[in-house]
Design a protein around this ligand. Structure first.
Ligand code: NDP
Ligand code: MG
Length: 391
């Protein structure tokens, strides 16, 4: 059976890994939409090769460039954030949500509204608007399959199990670039240093978020939203090898671990073929050659992001959207050289308390408009904090 598929964020790291799998079986897929932002050459090349119906860049001003790159093909060109969401709303059996940041929320919701399965890499959607995303899926009879490696691992460990028997969920973290750095050196860590991950090849933003543990902080909230477990049932475990992706602990003391190489094509392929398993082009682990797995408790002083995630869940309301927006702004500030590495957590902490003290919007009903409004306000608040700290 040929399945209609769309890839949101096709030009990114997850998008390219998704295309790698789809391109291996071109007769099995009918590609509807590919979306990207700045990387027009890649977007056009893949859209032509996969014979997509439409290729969309999120940037209005790149429409002519995209049109030129698609010239002579049958692929339609479109541009702008509304066009990305329109493309996501076109009927598809399976959609990969792999835009980075809160920009992935509206297109992901549009994909859920048209039905089909949403393979969700964009964890920001669940952090910003978990309830709304899950409710949209319920109302439209669409399905969400997690693609974040930890959440795919949890999902797989839960197959055939009752949630009532789950005591705890342990998500592992490599510890990122600065796992073994002296804590006092972190304040002077550079963007280059933060952008190299020991195990995973990923987009730059998530790589820096791995070094700061903001990625794991987001994943705690993602776990809480998606699997409906309480914050105190979720633990983080530092595991430098990144081969055990998550563990589920049951009421009889059993721990079910998911073990695999650090290759996102496993989680993407699992979501692509679910409910079947299909052969995937990932390395088979030789555990005897690896010899040892290590584990450590995360150091709260090194990684304050983990505490901030728990405070965010305690605040409730739409504080998840504040957390994400503040984190994205802080990351922008670090990338732009406005603030240092350790100041990212300070910016998020100050923005959370400012927005919580302000009350109002963060406790309104969770609609898409309200989430986007909170996102906007939180970015403004974070900018103000950054200016104060930078100046
Ligand atoms: P990348 O930065 O590699 O790719 C991001 C994608 O989003 C690109 O296609 C980019 O386009 C597009 N994009 C950027 N800004 C916008 C915007 N404003 N509107 C629409 N599209 C935009 O990110 P990753 O692939 O690493 O991550 C994607 C998502 O998956 C994130 O949510 C991340 O947290 C999650 N994830 C990633 C993992 C990984 O291994 N990389 C692992 C687990 C989760 P362009 O490049 O053309 O500018
Ligand atoms: Mg992950």
């Amino acid at each position: 059976m040929v399945r209609k598929v769309s890839i949101l964020g096709a030009t990114g790291s997850i998008g390219q890994n998704t295309i790698d799998l789809i391109a291996r079986a071109p007769d099995s897929y009918d590609v509807v939409a590919l979306t990207g932002a700045s990387n027009i050459a890649q977007l056009a090349k893949d859209a032509i090769a996969l014979r997509a119906d439409v290729a969309v860049t999120a940037h209005d001003h790149l429409l002519d460039e995209l049109r030129a790159a698609l010239a002579g093909s049958d692929v339609q060109a479109a541009a702008g954030t509304a066009a990305v969401t329109e493309a996501a709303s076109r009927p598809a059996d399976w959609t990969m949500s792999a835009i980075v940041g809160a920009a992935g929320l509206a297109p992901g919701i549009a994909a859920l509204e048209q039905g089909g399965t949403l393979a969700l890499a964009n964890k920001e959607s669940l952090v910003c608007a978990g309830q709304l995303v899950l409710e949209t899926a319920r109302q439209n009879n669409s399905r969400i399959l997690p693609v974040d490696s930890e959440h795919s691992a949890i999902f797989q460990a839960l197959i055939g199990e009752e949630m009532s028997a789950v005591e705890r969920i342990i998500i592992t973290a490599s510890g990122g670039a600065f796992r073994d750095w002296p804590i006092e050196d972190l304040a002077h860590a550079t963007l280059d240093q933060a952008s190299s991950h020991p195990n995973w090849a990923m987009g730059q933003r998530i790589t820096v978020d791995s070094a700061s543990m903001f990625n794991k902080a987001m994943e705690i909230i993602e776990t809480h939203e998606f699997f409906d477990v309480t914050p105190d049932q979720i633990e983080v475990l530092v595991h430098p090898q990144s081969m055990i992706h998550a563990l589920v602990g049951f009421n009889d003391g059993a721990l079910m671990a998911h073990v695999g190489p650090p290759d996102m094509r496993h989680a993407i392929g699992f979501a692509l073929h679910h409910p079947q398993r299909q052969p995937l082009p990932v390395e088979r682990l030789d555990l005897a050659a690896i010899g040892q797995f290590e584990f450590r408790a995360p150091d709260a002083r090194r990684w304050p992001a983990l505490r901030l995630a728990r405070e965010t869940m305690q605040y409730g309301g739409m504080m998840g959207a504040v957390f994400n927006a503040a984190k994205e702004s802080a990351l922008d500030g670090f990338i732009a050289g406005q603030i240092g590495f350790t100041q990212m957590a300070d910016v998020v902490e100050d923005t959370l308390s400012h927005m919580n003290d302000a009350g109002g919007p963060v406790h309104a009903a969770m609609t898409l408009d309200n989430v986007l409004q909170v996102d906007h306000l939180a970015r403004k608040a974070a900018q103000a904090v950054i200016r104060k700290r930078a100046g």
